[in-house]
Design a protein. Sequence first.
Length: 186
Amino acid sequence: MRELGKQFNFEVVTQDAVGEHQEGQRHWSSTSLRKALAAGDISSANDVLGRTHRVSGTVVHGHHRGRELGYPTANLCAESEGLIPADGVYAGWMVRHDLAENDPEHRLPAAISVGTNPTFDDVLRRTVEAYVLDRVDLDLYHEHVSIDFVQRLRGNLKFDSIEELLVQMANDVDRCRQLLAQPGRR
């Protein structure tokens, strides 16, 4: 970089790694961030980032299974931006970029699912989908949104019946409501 700096007339300034000289702090790096996300450790990833981890993309049609089950989800396109964390269920926020920041519909609480939906055998690729809590009236298709991951609730599970899945989904949504209502989770 220094050689390129001389060639293209810019200065290279080195900085200590974040956390490197702070007592009791671990060394933060892009490698440790990727490892945390791969493990679903959103809390550590968010600490490293100093903000919530975000994945962004356009909302596309899925299997419409969530709508049929009473939990319509916004499915992000396969070309989403941002590292997708480990499969599982997360509490977080959906940010609608087409709306002004002061619009109450701009940032909405969500239950987020990442993975292949193991209860159903017809989903072959990993998806990121978000259910906006207590909303069945949103039409988000073709809208550019971001998903901000606040906390992982659990890993993915395969259920023996739709009834078992629905009970777990209701519990997950309740936990999301509680977590996102806490101070500092906004």
